[in-house]
Design a protein around this ligand. Structure first.
Ligand SMILES: Cc1cc2nc3c(=O)[nH]c(=O)nc-3n(C[C@H](O)[C@H](O)[C@H](O)COP(=O)(O)O)c2cc1C
Length: 305
């Protein structure tokens, strides 16, 4: 018998625990030549702000050993552009569409969340309080308990569906931030966004990125992400969605054992656009190989002693 891959994140039923991370999968149609996006557990779409944003000047990407730095800076069409131009093209997908909501002020988060609340085929939002690539707001909200709590509280008042908060790893204690947002009504947390980093060209003596610093992602951050998922899962009752450097099914299983209920795949999509179905298949193979009939029994299954 086939093992069950189904998990639940608050009110969302995921047919499998594999979702795509915001900013690394477009909106879905970009990947239709490689596989059917409806096979995913969910899609986190690109960060969406109140107004259209051009993002940061180029260069805004740099390769690093086992990873990449980006400073895209939330380039997007704005919430009205999303609702009018993009949503009609993706609302038929048979998967969970989750909008990554970003902003520079609490008012902007509220405006975007309120507008997205009215979309029937978007059952959840992910509050991005952890973007290191914008001058105002973004990561600033996610790096202290009072500001993380304040933005969560404000959005919770206007948003009735599943509210996921995406946490920044650029903090001393991610568990405390997780507790602060849980206390304000978050239904789940995503752990982690990118780690703040930089790259220098020794020949030109100049920074590689136009913004000097950027967000590090990919396999280089996996050990940090695993540690933070484990610490967070031990500190809160709401589900944790794990991400950071997941390239294979085995990576995904490691996050689930550390306490994640589901995972997101980010940078790996740039290397192999068909990686997600391979990860889903690999998880199923793992369950069969280990005689496990339900993925839920693996969550927090790490054997410490
Ligand atoms: C090019 C790029 C753009 C991103 N844009 C967003 C974004 O708009 N909103 C967000 O919350 N995270 C964004 N992220 C962060 C990813 O969603 C993810 O948290 C991070 O890359 C770690 O996962 P990974 O190592 O699997 O890529 C972006 C990452 C990359 C590489």
């Amino acid at each position: 018998m086939k093992p069950s891959l189904e998990v639940k994140i608050h009110n969302l039923v995921l047919k499998n625990p594999v979702m795509t991370a915001s900013g690394t999968f477009g909106y879905g149609p970009e990947f239709e030549d490689f596989f059917d996006p409806s096979t995913l557990g969910g899609i986190f779409v690109k960060g969406t702000t109140g107004k259209l944003r051009q993002g940061n000047p180029y260069p805004r990407m740099a390769e690093t050993p086992m990873g990449m730095l980006n400073a895209v800076g939330l380039q997007n069409k704005g919430v009205d552009g999303f609702i009018n131009d993009i949503y009609p093209r993706i609302k038929h997908y048979h998967t969970n569409l989750i909008v990554n909501v970003s902003g520079s002020t609490i008012e902007e988060y509220i405006e975007v969340a309120e507008k997205i609340n009215s979309l029937d085929h978007v059952p959840a939002i992910e509050l991005n309080i952890s973007c290191p690539n914008v001058k105002e707001g973004g990561m600033a909200f996610g790096t202290s308990c009072p500001s993380a709590a304040a933005v969560t509280r404000a959005v919770r008042e206007v948003y009735q569906k599943t509210l996921i908060v995406k946490l920044s790893p650029n903090v001393t204690s991610i568990a405390e931030i997780a507790q602060a947002v849980e206390g304000e009504g978050a239904d789940a947390v995503s752990v982690i966004n990118t780690l703040l980093g930089m790259a220098i060209n020794a020949e030109t003596r100049r920074p590689v990125l136009s913004t000097v610093t950027g967000g590090l992602s990919g396999p280089a951050i996996k050990p940090v992400a695993l540690r933070m998922v484990w610490q967070t899962a031990n500190a809160i009752k709401i589900p944790v969605i794990g991400l950071g450097g997941i390239m294979t099914a085995s990576d995904a299983i490691e996050f689930i054992l550390a306490g994640a209920t589901a995972v997101q795949v980010g940078t790996a999509n740039f290397i192999d656009p068909a990686v997600c179905p391979k990860i889903i298949e690999g998880i199923e193979d793992y369950l069969i190989r280990h005689g496990i009939d339900n993925i839920k029994s693996l969550i927090s299954g790490l054997n410490i002693n």
